[in-house]
Design a protein around this ligand. Sequence first.
Ligand code: RB5
Length: 140
Amino acid sequence: MIAIASDHAGFALKEKIKKHLEELKFEVCDFGTENEESCDYPVFAKKACEAVVSGQCDRAILVCGTGIGMSMAANKIKGIRAAVCTETFAAKYTRLHNDANVLCMGARVIGEGVAIEITDTFITTEFEGGKHKRRIDMFE
Ligand code: RB5
């Protein structure tokens, strides 16, 4: 199960990513927002991240204007390793080396095509473990 959430700035892109994941037969849990009315991204980051920490969802995808506010809010939550990605190389390595469990993207930074490729990379790449696990344990 993949959690997804956005603020108003990320709403349209969130809807596109959700549709894409559903077409790939992933189960998606949408934590809002529901429209482009101005709202506060930390509220939505918290809801989606809590679903990851509780085990209800395996990973979360968060979208705001830049992806940065969402990542800051997400990384305040114990057990969350959120990464802002603007291209697929970072998405691949934040899974391989950081075991990132939350992907953050900026709808005002990247277009739909890049966002979909980043999403696919993030969702399909597995953590390498080994020395990378030791490093994660150091900050967890
Ligand atoms: C909203 O205007 C914007 O500040 C928000 O989407 C996000 O980019 C914050 O980091």
